[in-house]
Design a protein around this ligand. Structure first.
Ligand code: RIB
Ligand code: CA
Length: 309
């Protein structure tokens, strides 16, 4: 089993990513770490604990991390993820377990240094926790097998500004630290591919576990409505679940090795991830950028895994 840490800002799609990771049975989840992003750190942590309660997995430890970006103010997305962050689902649930004592960046460092070369970090929120871990222990880059992050966009437009994707825009300084840390394997799962991973009502109808199906339907209902208003398609983009999907089956995507940097000091383009496609800067590549995705195969995987007993 692949050892993984999930770093999340549990919002609607982070929660679906946690469902996929846990129910896959292929990932040895060492910890789930939470970060300020879609919602506050506290809310993201509560939502994560609710999802683990839904999955009956109180054994998976949750650790809280940064309650704000490195230098900027937190930018929550309640108009997308709802007041509670998971579309109002599980609103009456009081999870029996809460976060375990420990600061997420320290847990990330300890886990990686204890299991050198064995851990994959899957980040589906702003990269603040990973950046803090790197600032404290830069040598961890040699010990981490792989980092897969949902964030950025290379060829398409942004989803929070005309050019920036939310996770990068929320903490571009953190992203810049991660991009330049020298990881052996840094995989970008950006909007170029996640916008093609669209969950529809037909997919949800194929879920066989009533509790899971009801949760997925309820948590994505408002998100789907807004998605249709903005994009004309009645669907929920599975941004974060696709990052988990890539950890489960890298064959789902086609990648290109690129040098990618992120803007941190622009009035108009902060958070933009810029891929040097023509190698004009003559820098060596720093990440595998996902450019194509087998969306059908990913949605089938998503449904099959969520239908596992
Ligand atoms: O841009 C999409 C990303 O921003 C997803 O991780 C979503 O949860 C939000 O954090
Ligand atoms: Ca997220």
């Amino acid at each position: 089993m692949k050892k993984v840490i999930l770093d999340v800002d549990t919002g609607i799609d982070d929660a679906l990513g946690i469902l996929l990771a846990v129910k896959s049975g292929q990932l040895d989840i060492q910890a789930i770490t939470t970060v300020c992003g879609n919602v506050s750190l506290e809310q993201a942590t509560l939502n994560t604990c609710k999802i683990l309660d839904l999955l009956d997995r109180p054994d998976i430890p949750v650790y809280q991390g940064a309650e704000a970006p490195l230098i900027r103010k937190g930018l929550h997305e309640h108009h997308i993820h709802g007041e509670d962050g998971i579309g109002g689902a599980l609103s009456k649930v009081i999870p029996p377990v809460s976060a375990t004592e420990g600061f997420a960046p320290d847990i990330i460092i300890d886990t990686i240094m204890t299991h050198p070369g064995e851990v994959t970090l899957i980040c589906t929120g702003p990269l603040t926790n990973l950046a803090l871990a790197l600032l404290k222990c830069p040598e961890m880059t040699d010990r981490l097998d792989q980092v897969i992050f949902m964030g950025g966009v290379i060829h398409g437009c942004g989803n929070i500004t005309p050019v920036a994707e939310y996770n990068m825009y929320a903490d571009p300084e953190a992203a810049r630290i991660v991009f330049h840390a020298g990881f052996k394997q840094l995989v970008q799962v950006g909007l170029d591919v996640t916008r093609k991973a669209l969950l529809t009502a037909e997919h949800i109808a194929r879920l066989t576990d009533p509790a899971i199906r009801d949760y997925v339907a309820e948590s994505t209902a408002a998100y789907t409505k807004r998605y249709e208003e903005r994009n004309g398609v009645k669907a929920c983009a599975l941004h974060d679940p696709l990052a988990v999907g890539v950890a489960l089956d890298s064959g789902l995507v086609e990648t290109t090795l690129l040098y990618v940097d992120v803007e941190t000091s622009s009035r108009l383009c902060d958070g933009q991830t810029v891929g040097d496609v023509q190698n004009r800067l003559n820098h060596s590549s720093n990440m595998d950028v996902c450019e194509q995705v087998n969306s059908e195969a990913f949605l089938e995987l998503f449904i099959q895994v969520l239908n596992k007993e």
